[in-house]
Structures are given as structure tokens and as C-alpha cells.
Ligand binder design. Structure first.
Ligand code: IPD
Ligand code: CA
Length: 282
């Protein structure tokens, strides 16, 4: 699989495009959020919901990306998408943290990443430009390959960097849980193993923001099983470019995604990979 990245001029232009479309989708999602958000449909389980705004945000992103980049493919969480011929795919999550959106908890984001390779093949793709935008806090986490990661709020911006944590026992660890009861039970057993070995657990409700939280030093590490490419594409790049160690089995993906401050790179992957093999496989 050819994972050669586009040159930095193109990557910078696509990072700017990602920021522009994520901001406009994010404003749409917030401005048109009804007081009582209704569930429009359910997907994998009764608690895996989609609101009208998930679809509206994706339609908006798709239209804007097709207009700007007609030859690129688009892979999104909701219905619809597009094939392309350029070798670049936009991997988009129109609202990551849909349950938070449903309840009005201000931790949801629009995630937009440009990738090379095939996002359906574990280890067979790589993001090179992308953003995660929280429209409630107006925080834009932005990165492109080789150029670092930044947090942009209004006119100000600062480079992102992980914590200096180097002890598993001191680590504040974010995680998340899937929607299927059987998977949640297994994920709970892994948390049970982990809890006595770390400082504490956080479950914020958006994988994209969790990865950015490691990049911003707001938690020391993160792991989750069962993620889709759209949950992790932009957050993976933001974390990597901030200097976070990111991995999984065969790279970040459905089987396992982990991210940690460099000082935890020996202990943390080992403990979550062992726990995942023990509880989530078979
Ligand atoms: C979910 C969120 C959540 C994670 C789930 C994802 P959605 O995405 O990222 O934090 O634990 O695995 O499916 O459904 O809100 O787009
Ligand atoms: Ca998601």
C-alpha cells in the first residue's frame, strides 16, 4: 500500500480547508441545536443514536468538501459519502460525542481528516492533515504531518504538548465504551484490571476529544477498543504531532487504540495491550 504523503504546501492547504469546514459544520450544529434534541434513528443498538444534526452536519461537510476537492473520496459516520480518484480520502465524524450532544453536555466535536491509504484496512492508512473542533468551547485542535499540533481559540494559538507523567500509578487515563452490551461488559472488566494500577479514569464521551486531551496534557493517556476510522482519524494526527505516542494492534484502530505521554511509553501500551488480549479477544 502506497502511503506517500502529499507535499507540505498541499497538506497545509488541506489543513486550512479542514479547519474551515469543521468550523462551519460546528456552528451549524450549535446554532441549530433545538432545546430538546430528538433521536432521529438508532444504529448498532438502541443507545447508538443519530440525531437530525448528525446527518445535517455530514451533508454540510460533504457538500463543502465536494465543492473544494471534487476528486477526493469522503468517508463519514452517517449515510452518504463519495468515491474519488485523487488518492486522498476525507474521514469525517459530523458529531463525535453524539450522546453528549443529545444531553447538552458541552463535549462534542466535528472531526475532519485528510488521509492516504484505505481507512477500511487496519494499518493501511495514515492521516496527514486534520482538525477536531469543539464548537461549544470554540477550541480547534489542528495538525498536519511534520508540522506539529496547535490549539487555536479565536485569534490565539499555542502548540500542543503532552504531560511529563512517567509513572503508571500517577496516570490519569481517559477511555470510552462502545454501544453493545456484551462489548461494554468486557470493556468494564479491563477497567477493573486497570483501576488499581493508575491514578483514575475519565470518560468524557468523545474519542476525538480524548485523543486531543492527551495532546493538550489534560490527561496522561487514553485507550479504547471498538473505534471506527472517523472517531480517531484527526485526533490520532493531533496526538502524534503533539509528541504523544499513539498505537494499537497494527496501528490505531478498531481492535485497540492507545495514546500516552512519552514517559508512559514503556508501561502503558503493555498494560492495555495485555488487558485487551485478555478481555476483548476471543
Ligand atoms: C462515540 C464517542 C465515544 C466513544 C464511542 C464512539 P459517536 O462516537 O467517540 O466517546 O466511546 O466508541 O462511538 O457515536 O458519539 O460519534
Ligand atoms: Ca464518533
Amino acid at each position: 500500500m502506497d502511503l506517500t504523503l502529499p507535499d507540505d504546501t498541499l497538506a497545509a492547504a488541506l489543513e486550512a480547508l479542514a479547519a474551515d469546514v469543521a468550523r462551519s459544520a460546528g456552528r451549524l450544529v450549535v446554532d441549530e441545536r433545538p432545546d430538546a434534541v430528538e433521536v432521529a434513528a438508532t444504529k448498532s443498538t438502541a443507545t447508538d443514536v443519530v440525531t437530525a444534526m448528525d446527518q445535517a452536519s455530514q451533508d454540510h461537510l460533504l457538500a463543502r468538501l465536494r465543492e473544494a476537492r471534487p476528486d477526493d473520496a469522503v468517508l463519514g459516520e452517517e449515510d452518504g459519502g463519495a468515491t474519488g480518484t485523487s488518492g486522498i480520502t476525507w474521514v469525517i465524524d459530523p458529531i463525535d460525542g453524539t450522546v453528549n450532544y443529545l444531553y447538552g453536555i458541552p463535549a462534542y466535536a466535528v472531526s475532519v481528516a485528510a488521509v492516504v491509504g484505505d481507512p477500511s484496512v487496519p494499518g493501511g492508512w495514515r492521516p496527514f492533515a486534520g482538525v477536531v473542533f469543539n464548537p461549544v468551547t470554540d477550541e480547534l485542535f489542528s495538525a498536519r504531518a511534520g508540522a506539529g499540533a496547535r490549539l487555536v481559540v479565536g485569534e490565539s494559538q499555542r502548540p500542543l504538548a503532552p504531560t511529563a507523567c512517567d509513572s503508571l500509578g500517577q496516570a490519569l487515563v481517559a477511555t470510552g465504551f462502545g454501544y453493545a452490551a456484551e462489548r461494554r461488559e468486557r470493556q468494564g472488566r479491563l477497567v477493573l484490571d486497570l483501576l488499581p494500577q493508575i491514578r483514575d479514569i475519565r470518560r468524557a464521551g468523545s474519542a476525538a476529544l480524548d485523543l486531543c486531551a492527551v495532546a493538550a496534557g489534560r490527561v496522561d493517556a487514553y485507550y479504547e477498543t471498538g473505534l471506527n476510522p472517523w472517531d480517531l482519524a484527526a485526533g490520532w494526527l493531533v496526538a502524534l504531532e503533539a509528541g504523544v505516542h499513539v498505537g494499537g494492534f497494527d496501528g490505531p484502530g478498531e481492535a485497540l487504540t492507545w495514546a500516552c505521554a512519552p514517559g508512559l511509553a514503556d508501561a502503558f501500551p503493555d498494560v492495555v495491550e495485555t488487558g485487551t488480549r485478555r478481555h476483548l479477544e476471543g
